[in-house]
Design a protein around this ligand. Structure first.
Ligand code: GTP
Ligand code: MG
Length: 171
């Protein structure tokens, strides 16, 4: 039969934003981890959608590991950037990391899609995805397709919508 197109996706964002929880939810249920722990370095996860075969580099967001991110920019076909909608204090740090990413020579010139998850919408003081778009100045991203989806990774809400969009951009 027809082989699915192989795509490398880089999953980035600050520690505790929910990257591993999101990726775990996107995997087939029989391969899902029962418990999520903070990522050390990075993990490689694989799953398939209807038309694509994804290899996800689930990076640690801890500051001491963020220098690993750039080593995977060259080979990535898409980026998932996760933010904790309840973490107002560190939204500026998330923006700094996003700006560094978008200005990196291996990313700057590439028209790869960037999917943002405004995660943890269930938190009582969660900011809206519109507010987060403003805080991250997403409207300034002109050279790449981007989208922001509100999500609750624990319940799995909003994740499929995001992945469907990403798939459309790549397929
Ligand atoms: P690092 O690997 O350290 O970079 O963190 P991470 O971004 O992979 O975060 P992880 O998936 O480990 O989740 C961090 C914590 O947030 C865990 O306790 C998760 O259960 C929790 N969490 C993830 N998504 C949600 C969500 O949508 N809502 C709530 N309330 N908690 C969430
Ligand atoms: Mg993790």
């Amino acid at each position: 039969g027809l082989r699915k197109k192989e795509v490398n996706v880089l999953c980035l964002g600050l520690d505790n934003s929910g990257k591993t929880t999101i990726i775990n939810q996107l995997k087939p249920s029989h391969t899902q981890a029962p418990e999520i722990v903070p990522t050390i370095g990075f993990n490689i996860e694989k799953f398939k959608s209807s038309s694509l075969s994804f290899t996800v580099f689930d990076m640690s967001g801890q500051s001491r590991y963020r220098n690993l991110w750039e080593h995977y920019y060259k080979e990535s076909h898409a980026i998932i950037f996760v933010v904790d909608s309840g973490d107002k204090l560190r939204m500026v740090v998330a923006k700094e990391e996003l700006d560094t990413l978008l200005n990196h020579e291996d990313i700057r010139s590439k028209k790869i899609p960037v999917l943002f998850f405004a995660n943890k919408t269930d938190l009582r003081d969660a900011m809206s995805s519109v507010k987060i778009s403003q805080m991250l100045s997403l409207e300034n991203i002109k050279d790449k397709p981007w989208n922001i989806c509100a999500s609750n990774a624990i319940k799995g809400e909003g994740l499929q919508e995001g992945l469907d969009w990403l798939q459309e951009q790549i397929a």
